[in-house]
Design a protein around this ligand. Structure first.
Ligand SMILES: O=P(O)(O)OC[C@H]1O[C@](O)(CO)[C@@H](O)[C@@H]1O
Length: 200
């Protein structure tokens, strides 16, 4: 009977905090129509201390994150589209800063949309994995794994991410220690190298 006669329903009812919304994601470019939040733009300068060497072209955009506006609460799902430009700084491909979740056990999921990338994952005790990101990949990032995405191709790398709303970001640990491995151009394509400054 619930569907037919709302005036007959009892209460109390949960009052939703948000209204539903829809936006259109252009899969190749990552553009949203309409945009739902303010894009976060990161330049080489913003990544100072995350690459092994200082910025070579400080104002150049490395990546953008196009967010959905939802409260940072664990009843919500934060989501965003990330677009990483092709390029390098020193021996490393353009990449995100990378972070642990501030609430360590919070998980995340990525859906690859276009381009060619790698996802570097690392635990606090130094274990790591390198996974592919490309059109159609789904990467599950369990709680406790820091994550950084790297564009290893010649075109923008575009992917969609969704994670538990109250996860937050811990960048400081990554800024201090980095990840166990670095990814840059090699003789036969992208090469994964040990990070010489990662604490042993
Ligand atoms: O927050 P960072 O490490 O700069 O990287 C941005 C990435 O973080 C996320 O916001 C969530 O992990 C992704 O949407 C995006 O790829």
């Amino acid at each position: 009977m619930r569907g037919c006669c709302p005036y007959m329903l009892g209460g109390p009812f949960m009052q939703p905090k948000l209204d539903p919304f829809t936006t259109l994601l252009e899969l190749k470019s990552g553009a949203l129509d309409p945009e739902r939040g303010t894009p976060q733009v990161r330049t080489q300068e913003d990544l100072r201390g995350f690459f092994q060497v200082a910025p070579e072209d400080p104002d150049r955009v490395v990546y953008q994150v196009l967010p959905m506006p939802v409260p940072k609460e664990n009843s919500e799902i934060q989501c965003s589209t990330t677009i990483i430009e092709p390029g390098t700084v020193g021996d490393e491909y353009y990449m995100t800063k990378g972070h642990f979740h501030a609430v360590r056990d919070r998980s995340e999921i990525y859906l690859g949309l276009s381009g060619e990338g790698r996802l570097i994952l690392a635990t606090e005790d130094g274990r790591y994995r390198v996974e592919p990101i490309r059109e159609g990949t789904i990467n599950y990032v369990p709680g406790g794994w820091a994550h950084r995405s790297v564009n290893v191709g010649d075109d923008p790398l575009v992917f969609f991410a969704a994670y538990v709303g109250d996860a937050g970001q811990d960048y400081a640990t990554i800024e201090r220690d980095g990840f166990p491995v670095l990814i840059g151009p090699g003789d036969d394509g992208p090469a994964v190298r040990e990070n010489p400054t990662y604490p042993s």
